[in-house]
Design a protein around this ligand. Structure first.
Ligand code: NAD
Length: 209
């Protein structure tokens, strides 16, 4: 599992989302080329990813949808679930809490943090908001392993440092400011502007053709 490429982990999560929709529609089996069409990738890529997790379908029926969902869950989910905190209860922090409410049982947003006294003490979609001075205590008490940073960019570094000090094991950084964390903390930086500029670049290329 340790040696699965990062991109494979991302795609497994995407395959599961697509498979859950198929299951809901009553589909029991699916071919690699069908998953590939949904994900806009090649069937070879799908087969390669699923071979990496030791799953092969049958030539006649393809993959068993339910079995595959369960196997992907065993690979990417933690059996006891992971508690998550949001740091920065502004527009994005609130949107994420609302988006996640009741969506993923193995990933639970259990706390949020802010410095604004008007927000501290409030609860949103069942998620309480604490002051950042309580971060270490709350993270330990609630066994929070992942922190999502939605603070203004100028507070990114200090927030990452606080999270590391509090014992967090993974950070998803939504601020446009890259941060440094020790090797043992898994860091994912999500920069919306870079993604948008990439899309705009490919649109420009098409227009030049
Ligand atoms: P916002 O101003 O609405 O919210 C920021 C929140 O962080 C506020 O509640 C503020 O009180 C709190 N905060 C400030 N300093 C803090 C600190 N040191 N510790 C804890 N909380 C602190 O901003 P937003 O629009 O939600 O954006 C948040 C971050 O996400 C920014 O870095 C932004 O660039 C990035 N981002 C936002 C969006 C979006 O759609 N809003 C999209 C992509 C990225």
């Amino acid at each position: 599992m340790k040696h699965l490429p990062h991109k494979t982990i991302e795609r497994l999560s995407q395959y599961r989302r697509a498979l859950l929709i198929c299951l809901e529609k009553g589909q029991t089996h699916i071919y690699s080329h069908e998953i590939a069409t949904i994900q806009h990738i090649t069937a070879v890529q799908v087969r390669r990813d699923l071979m990496l997790i030791g799953y092969t379908g049958t030539l006649r029926k393809g993959y068993n949808v339910k079995e595959l969902i369960e196997l992907i869950g065993e690979i990417i989910d933690s059996s006891e679930g992971i508690n998550v905190a949001i740091i920065g209860m502004g527009n994005l922090g609130r949107a994420l809490i609302n988006y996640f409410a009741g969506k993923r049982s193995h990933l639970k947003i259990v706390a949020s943090f802010d410095i604004n006294p008007d927000k501290i003490g409030n609860t949103m979609s069942g998620v309480p908001c604490y002051g950042t001075d309580e971060m270490s205590k709350v993270i330990a008490e609630k066994d929070i392993k992942v922190g999502i940073m939605t603070v203004p960019a100028e507070f990114a570094s200090q927030t990452a440092d606080l999270l590391v000090k509090a014992g967090i094991r993974g950070i998803l950084n939504y601020t446009p400011k890259p941060v440094n964390v020790p090797k043992y903390v898994y860091l994912e930086e999500y920069d919306m502007i870079t993604s948008l500029e990439k899309v705009a670049f490919y649109v420009k290329l098409q227009e030049l053709e």
